[in-house]
Structures are given as C-alpha cells and as structure tokens.
Design a binder for this molecule. Structure first.
Ligand code: AMP
Length: 558
C-alpha cells in the first residue's frame, strides 16, 4: 500500500471494501467522499449537493456496502437513479466495490428490459437494488412487498428525477419502504421541490456541500472539448497534432489510465511517461527531471502523483479526466503558466459532465471556451508547419555544404533537383501522411462536432427512413431517452408545437421530459423518457393531432 492510500484506509470502511477501491486504482478519497462516508457510515440521513464527476457514486456506495449484511439474502439497499444509463453505471460501480465481499449481489432494474429476470434477481436475494423509479413502480404494482426489507435508500441525481416527472413514482416508492430506513439524497441543485421531499422524507439530515471559493487563473488560456469517454485517447492524439506545446502534463483519474494513455502516446512517437502513486519516489523524481530537461515532453499523471510538480517548461495542461472539484481544477492548471509565462489548459468534458464545467466556470469566474477537434486540413497545416520549422534553419548553409553533392546526384540519377528534393522529403518524413487524402485515411473516426448531435434544424425532406439512416450516422440520443415515431408529418399539417402540446397534455409529462422533436414531410420523431415508455405510449394510444391518430411507436434504428 502506498502512503496515499491511507486516505481510504482511514475512513473506517471494511478492509475488503478498501482493498477493492485500491484495486480500482483510486489513490485517495475525493472531497465529497471524504465528507459523506463518515456520515452515511454512522447511519445518518444526508443531503449531498454534488454533481457527476465529483466521485459521488463511491461517496454513497462504499458506506452503503459497509452497512449491509451479506449473510441476509434480501434487498437491503435501494438506489434510485433517473436514467437507465445511470442505473447501470451505479450498479457496475457497486459490483466493482463489492468484488471482495462474497455473497453480495447487485441488480439493476430499468425499463426497456424484461421484468421477469429483474424480479427473479430481487427474489433470489440481491442485497442492492439499483432502479429507475418508473420501472420500480411497475414491479411494486406486481408485488407490493418487494421493498419491505430495504433499510437504506439513496436518491441519486434527485433533481434530474423530478425533471423527468418521477415525483409521483417517488412517493409510491417511499410508501413501500420501512419508515425506519436511512435516506440519503444526492442532487446537483437544491430547488424548492427537492427541499420539500427532504423535509417530508428525511430525518434530521446532515448537509454536505463542497464549498468552492472563487479563484483566479488569469495567465492561463482555457478551453474545453466535448467528447465521449471512449474517444478520449483519439481526441488527445488529434489535439496534440495542432497544439504548439513545449512540455505538457495530462491529468487522469486512475493509475491504470496513466499507464494506458502514456503507452498510447509513446506508440505514436511522443516522449511520454506515466506518473502515479504506485511509482517509487526516486523513479517519480527521474520522470520529473526528464520532463525538465526535455528527455520527456508529456507526463500523464494522477492528482496525487503530480503534487508539487513545478516544471517551467510546461506550456499545456490537458485535463483528460474531469477533476473532482473546481479547486483541484485550478490546482491542476496552475502547473502551467509558471513564472509569469502564458499557459494553455484544455479540459475534456463528457456529456454527463457538462454541469461540472459550469461549476468550474462559476468558481474561476471565467468562461472556458469550447473548441472542436481539428479537422484534417488543420492537421495537415500543423504537420507542414512543423516540417517547415524544422527545415527552415537548415537551408541557409546547406547549399554550401551539400550543393555540390546535389549536383552530382541529380546528374548520376538523371533527375531534376525537384525530383531529388521530393525523394529526400519522403525519406525524411518517414511515411508520415502529408496530404489531405492520406490524413483522412489514417485518422481515427472522431466526430468533428460535439456529441450533442442536435440536427433538429437540418432541412426536412420526404425521405424514407432507410435512406435517411443510410445517409447519416444515427443521431446520438440523450441519456435516458427513447426515440419514437409517428407517421404524421408536415404534409399532414403537423408542426413540432402540435406534437409537443398533445404529448404534454395527454401524457402528463413535464416539458423537460420531452427531447428533440423532428418533423419531416411524411413522419416525425420525438424523444421521450425511456423509463415508463410503454405506459406513456399506452396513455397516448387514442391521442389525435390535427384530427388524425398520433399512433406513436418506439422507433428502432437498427
Ligand atoms: P461520479 O462522480 O460518481 O460519477 O464518479 C466519476 C468518476 O470518478 C468515475 O469514473 C469513478 O470511477 C471515478 N472516481 C470516483 N472516486 C474516485 C477516487 N477517489 N479516485 C479516483 N477516481 C475516482
């Protein structure tokens, strides 16, 4: 165990939980974990104000695991999450942290999957149930006793649950559980509606909020890039092509990520190394010395390992993984812009982490501008610029030293000086792609736009579904949403507002619950909450719009 892992060890968690956390690669608890774990372990109700990216899942999962009894084969903890994606993510996190707790099982309960196996897993003794409210209510309708043994309840992203219209479902769920239970509520914001729930259903809750003071970071130019988590490495590689850096530090969350990213960079020819808490102190010092004197240009580090790192050559900081809190962001980007020099900081933001970006902007009092991935032309221009810069200083005296040789070679080969220069360039650039076509072929498929995929504004036309799909990659759906289709379109006199009005009125949904609406000539697409979708579609069965039956159906892209 390295000295940094003492952080988790000091939290009074069961050694098997601590061991699993350390095996995951976490080096120390984040601020929200530091504060919440002791409160939940002590059995208190709690309100935690935290968003995705702060480490909030482990903040409740670790103490809840500690409090359940693996020997009892019945549901003991219920975690409610607004979307199927989050429910799956939370369930996976529980499984990871429970790896060394034999007998503990976790079941994820969400809409869009058959109910039978979910109910069976609950009855077979899963102690942890992670559920979306809509589907859980469906189960309760079949068996009102499913939650009778649950004595720990966590509401994760409570504000999102209310936005998706789950208020009534939550009330049903509260009633189905013992009143003596422990209740923990996490929410990024605490509007009146959430406070009212807390008032009614939590007992003398402790409050945890990560206080953030405004901090200034003026000498540093900041930008962010929206990217899906699995495209981070290719995004980093693309950015490196066009960023004019001297030395660079990249921050990631786990030890494994430092190793993976450093080796991906090395494979592309960068002088890169990993720096994490597992690396012995003298080796860490060697890495930092190499960064100082230019034997290394990129270091991929965890927060812990980069503590105190002061290398004036660092011109760039890449936050490949989101920091847990704004303070840590400010701390990280402070590694550049040293000694009054200008620095540049880039933050990769996954769709779920946008809120954290807003918090960072608020705390630093600065806008973190959005950048896009460079396109092939930008990559080509950057490569040619590098080549120009490397050759330009050689031109001045090369003719004096190698001019005669050039004459001789052109004569011997029987070619023009241009042909010979081209051959030498090919050799010097060692197969590097230096035309637009070659670059396009070699580049990984990173979308050039942010992963929001809003194409509602594209021109509509009377295209059949299939042709439409063939022409464009499917538009990414927001989390927790399902796409539905109706055969009513513009030619039926339909506009988006008619569809919206009909669904709001008849479906009883909150406005926020409805995503994009796209009206084409002969059909329309509407994004609706995945959870509870079947019930909603049943409710809308007889709805008419512009005098015609809506007949909304789930739309499958594949
Ligand atoms: P969350 O805010 O719960 O969505 O967590 C965001 C990410 O941080 C997840 O990928 C977690 O695996 C990771 N994470 C949570 N706690 C820690 C920690 N103490 N050290 C490193 N990574 C963590």
């Amino acid at each position: 165990m390295t000295q940094e892992t003492g952080g988790f060890a000091a939290l009074d968690l069961h050694p098997n939980i601590v061991a699993a956390v350390i095996a995951t690669g976490y080096e120390e608890p984040s601020a929200i974990q530091q504060q919440s774990i002791p409160i939940i372990l002590a059995g208190h109700d709690m309100i935690g104000q935290a968003q995705t990216g702060t480490g909030k899942t482990a903040a409740f999962a670790l103490p809840i695991l500690n409090r359940i009894d693996p020997a009892k084969r019945e549901p003991q903890a219920l975690i409610l999450a607004p979307t199927r994606e989050l429910a799956l993510q939370v369930a996976t996190a529980f499984e990871t942290y429970a790896k060394q707790m034999p007998g503990v099982t976790v079941v994820a309960v969400y809409g869009g999957a058959p109910m039978g196996p979910q109910l069976k897993a609950i009855r077979n003794g899963a102690q942890i149930v992670v559920a979306t409210p809509g589907r859980l209510c469906d189960h309760l309708r079949r068996d009102e006793k499913v939650l009778a043994t649950v004595n720990h309840l966590v509401l994760d992203e409570a504000d999102e649950m209310l936005k998706l219209g789950f208020m009534d479902d939550l009330e049903v769920i509260f009633k189905a559980m013992p009143e003596s239970r422990q209740t923990v509520l996490f929410s990024a914001t605490l509007p009146q509606s959430i406070r009212a729930i807390a008032e009614r259903h939590l007992k003398d809750p402790k409050h945890v909020k990560i206080q953030s003071k405004t901090q200034t970071v003026t000498a540093i130019e900041q930008a962010h890039l929206l990217v899906h988590a699995d495209q981070k490495t290719s995004a980093v590689l693309s950015l490196l092509e066009v960023e004019d850096f001297d030395a660079l530090i990249m921050f990631v969350r786990t030890k494994q990520a430092t190793l993976d990213l450093a080796s991906a960079l090395e494979a592309k020819g960068y002088k890169a190394a990993a720096l994490n808490g597992d690396i012995a102190q003298n080796q860490r010092e060697r890495v930092i010395d190499s960064l100082k004197d230019g034997r290394l240009d990129i270091v991929v580090a965890t927060d812990v390992a980069a503590r105190g790192l002061d290398v004036p050559r660092i011109t760039h900081v890449f936050n490949v993984d989101m920091p847990y809190d704004p303070e840590s962001y400010v701390h990280r980007i402070g590694r550049t812009g040293r000694a009054g020099r200008e620095g540049r900081a880039l933050l990769l933001v996954t769709p779920r982490e946008r809120r954290m970006l807003q918090v960072i902007e608020r705390v630093t009092g600065q806008k973190v501008a959005e950048v896009r991935l460079p396109d092939s032309q930008a990559v080509l221009d950057a490569r040619i610029k590098k080549l120009t810069n490397s050759l330009a200083p050689l031109v001045a005296d090369a003719e004096a030293s190698h001019g005669d040789l050039l004459d001789r070679l052109t004569a011997d080969i029987g070619c023009t000086p241009r042909a010979l220069a081209a051959a030498l360039l090919r050799k010097a650039t060692n197969g590097q792609a230096l035309t637009l076509a070659a670059i396009e072929k070699e580049r990984p498929l990173v979308p050039n736009s942010a992963p929001r995929g809003d194409r509602a504004d594209r021109p509509s036309g009377d295209r059949p579904d299939r042709g439409d799909r063939e022409r464009r990659a499917p538009m990414p759906l927001a989390e927790g949403r399902a796409r539905c289709r109706t055969a009513l379109g513009a030619r039926d006199g339909i506009a988006a507002k008619n569809l919206l009005g009909a669904i709001l009125n008849e479906g009883g949904l909150a406005r926020e619950a409805i995503g994009r609406i796209q009206v084409r000539d002969s059909f329309s697409l509407v994004e609706l909450p995945e959870d509870g979708l079947e019930r909603l579609l049943a409710k809308l069965k007889d709805t008419r719009v512009a005098g015609k039956q809506l007949k909304l159906r789930r739309y499958r892209e594949d």
